[in-house]
Every structure is written in structure tokens, then in C-alpha cells.
Ligand binder design. Structure first.
Ligand SMILES: [Zn+2]
Length: 196
């Protein structure tokens, strides 16, 4: 990261502070979400999927359509809008329903409704490390299961309802968290987790 910034600073004669700020900020942003994406409690394959999604590296239909690989780009869930990464996570009414159910489950009243914003909120929120790690696990599991159900739907021509995805997300999150339970969890956090 640092050599990149230094290169720009010392090789561009017309270096502008604003440009440097944007560059530094983008580096900072990447660091910002890495803790949540690669959280210690996260299921590794869920982390990887979240990492791909947050960087817009998934092979969405809109992307494949733009390369003429697919004839059309309609979302597998709602069949209305084009399947872009922002539509999938979480502009689509279907995935937005899943997200809302997850928010209700953990009593999370944040207004952020786009994946990068949600992950940033987790990183910046005033909560214990344990709660942030649990929320990271849940968001990574939700993204993973949405993408998986989306893929299955393409091959099987059937689609689970949002509640079923949320149930899978809940079950996978709880199994994972219980299997890698941290050594130190406060009584308050334990109480919070137990009622989930
Ligand atoms: Zn949709």
C-alpha cells in the first residue's frame, strides 16, 4: 500500500492533495472492511464470498451479459431488474427482505442497506469485539447463502423463499460461532447471544 502512495507522490509532477486524499482514502477503505470480511469467527468460504461481493468480483448476470456470455441480465430472484452487485446486495426486493429479516433477528436498526455500507457500519459501531464478530459472521453467511441459492435456482429452476435463506443463514452462523467460541465473552454478550 505505502509504496503505491509514495510512487504517486514523488513521480507525478502535478500531484494534487485532493487526488492523494482520494487514493489514501481508498487504501483506508480497503483496510476498513478487511477486519469484518476476514473476521476470526467467520466461516472461511463465507469470508471469501463476502470478499468477492464487496469488491464486485462476482460473475453477476449483468457482468456476463456485458461480455456477451449471457443473452440477458435479469435478476434470478425478482426477474425485474438487471442482476448487478448493488442489486443483489441488497437493492433487490428479495434479498432486501432477507436482509430485513436478519436485521430484525439481531435487533439491528441501522439504515444502511448496501453491502459495503453495512460492513463499514459493523467496523465503526460502538459495540464489543464479540458482537462485531458475530454480526460479521452473519453478514458473510447471508451473502454466501444468497449467492448459493441464486446459483442453485439457475440450475434447478426453482427458488427458495427469503425466509428459507434466513433460516440457513441463522443455522450456519450459530453452528460456526459455537464451534470457534472465543475464550473471553462477557456475561452481557453471552446473554445477548443466547437469545439470538
Ligand atoms: Zn432482483
Amino acid at each position: 500500500m505505502k509504496p503505491l502512495v509514495n510512487t504517486v507522490m514523488f513521480t507525478h509532477r502535478k500531484y494534487k492533495i485532493a487526488k492523494g486524499y482520494i487514493l489514501l482514502n481508498s487504501v483506508h477503505d480497503r483496510v476498513n472492511w478487511s477486519k469484518e470480511v476476514w473476521g476470526r469467527l467467520n466461516t472461511p468460504k463465507h469470508s471469501f464470498m463476502l470478499w468477492l461481493a464487496i469488491q464486485d468480483r462476482l460473475k453477476t448476470k449483468a457482468r456476463l451479459h456485458s461480455f456477451n456470455i449471457l443473452p440477458e441480465a435479469k435478476c434470478q430472484f425478482c426477474k425485474v431488474a438487471d442482476e448487478t452487485i448493488t442489486h443483489l446486495f441488497f437493492d433487490c426486493p428479495y434479498s432486501s427482505d432477507c436482509l430485513q429479516q436478519v436485521k430484525n433477528w439481531v435487533c439491528w436498526s441501522i439504515t444502511a442497506s448496501q453491502l459495503p455500507g453495512i460492513v463499514r457500519v459493523i467496523g465503526r459501531m460502538k459495540a464489543t469485539r464479540f458482537r462485531k464478530m458475530v454480526l460479521s459472521v452473519i453478514m458473510a453467511a447471508l451473502v454466501y447463502h444468497l449467492w448459493r441459492v441464486r446459483n442453485e435456482s439457475i440450475w434447478l429452476s426453482s427458488l427458495d423463499n427469503p425466509t428459507s435463506i434466513v433460516q440457513k443463514t441463522k443455522a450456519a452462523s450459530k453452528i460456526r460461532i459455537q464451534s470457534v467460541w472465543p475464550k473471553k465473552v462477557s456475561a452481557k454478550d453471552l446473554e445477548w447471544y443466547t437469545v439470538l
